[in-house]
Design a protein around this ligand. Structure first.
Ligand code: 13P
Ligand code: SF4
Length: 330
């Protein structure tokens, strides 16, 4: 056991043993330690297969808030682990690889965002959940792509609003609500890579296909959509649609659950702009592997920690989001 090496790498770098049935051992460790595995729709298939629960960012926060388990293993990215820890300060929250960050969260450094907020007195601050705990600490209410529209609309029409950090989601919400929120100039490097030309090319091959687009994509891509929604929203739309083919412009991990929930339908992942055939994957989400998940449960490391003084402020806008969502039945 070389803890110095773990610290350097950001995950437990220990051999898992020849011939071990990882899935079985992971389930055994969960039982033994009263641990629950929460996984995002963008995780690799084998992680989605083994997770106790998979969902979008809102559902992961809701599950974290209500689980009776003593340990939460968050198979997603760091801000999801932070959100769980903020909601459950007395639980141990583990993530398989500390390097699983988020380019969108990184596009909004907390000190610069705090200065931006301070420069706009009288504005209420709405932050996407893809932010650090320190950004949430200067936020009035957190949103995800599932509830952003309704939460924005819960403010009076004349209330001045700041929305950060995703400018694409922010412009989309401005467009559908008629608001004029001040936007932080941030974006996700995965969703920005979808291109109009690649989707139009796919439409030629699959003329009947409906186009499903995540609102983190650029506006020109969203304009091609039959449905713009969060991962959970796109999944629901595909399940309820009477069409058979779907071109999917979000991280391709969502195809696992789409295929599972919609037998007989065809899901075609839209490729990134620099390739006409490959899937568009989030390199951060894909850092989590079964080996790292097993080791994280076995050694209970790496653990997500949030400075208590920051957590104390960040919990309020997250709880506000959960309250509003529950009132709206989301
Ligand atoms: P949702 O699953 O909430 O739609 O979020 C997408 C995302 O990019 C998570 O990082
Ligand atoms: Fe962040 Fe984009 Fe990856 Fe989602 S897909 S975790 S927004 S980098």
């Amino acid at each position: 056991m070389n803890k110095e090496n773990w610290l350097k790498k950001g995950y437990v770098d220990e051999p898992v043993g020849e011939g071990i049935d990882l899935k079985k051992e992971i389930r055994n460790l969960c039982k033994e330690k009263n641990a629950v595995i929460l996984g995002h729709f963008y995780q690799a298939d084998e992680i989605q297969e083994i997770a106790d629960f998979i969902g979008d960012s809102l559902a992961l926060a809701q599950w974290a808030a209500k689980t009776p388990a003593e340990i939460i293993v968050m198979c997603g990215v760091h801000f999801m682990g932070e959100t769980a820890k903020i909601l459950c300060p007395d639980k141990k929250v583990l993530i398989p690889d500390m390097n699983a960050g988020c380019s969108l969260a990184d596009s909004c450094p907390a000190d610069a965002f705090a200065r931006f907020v301070a420069a706009h007195p009288g504005y209420k601050v709405i932050s996407y959940v893809n932010t650090s705990a320190a950004v949430k600490a200067v936020t009035d209410v957190v949103v995800t792509s599932t509830n952003a529209r309704q939460i924005v609309e819960s403010f009076p029409k004349d209330q001045k609003l700041i929305f950060g950090p995703d400018k694409n989601l922010g412009s989309y919400i401005n467009a559908i609500t008629g608001r004029n929120m001040l936007l932080w100039d941030g974006a996700c490097h995965v969703h920005e890579k979808f291109s109009v030309s690649n989707i139009l090319e796919l439409k030629k091959q699959y003329p009947e296909a409906q186009v499903l687009v995540h609102p983190e994509c650029k506006g020109a891509v969203a304009e091609l959509a039959d449905k713009v929604a969060s991962t959970a929203g796109l999944l629901k739309f595909a399940m309820e649609s009477d069409k058979k083919d779907f071109i999917v412009a979000t991280e391709s991990g969502i195809l696992y659950e789409m295929n599972k929930k919609c037998p007989g339908k065809r899901f075609i992942p839209a490729p990134p702009e620099d390739s006409s055939h490959s899937c568009n994957e989030c390199n951060f989400m894909r850092l989590n592997t079964l080996e790292k998940l097993y080791n994280t449960l076995k050694f209970e490391w790496p653990e997500v920690k949030v400075e208590p003084s920051v957590a104390e402020k960040a919990v309020k806008p997250i709880e506000r989001m959960l309250e509003i969502s529950s009132k709206l039945g989301l």
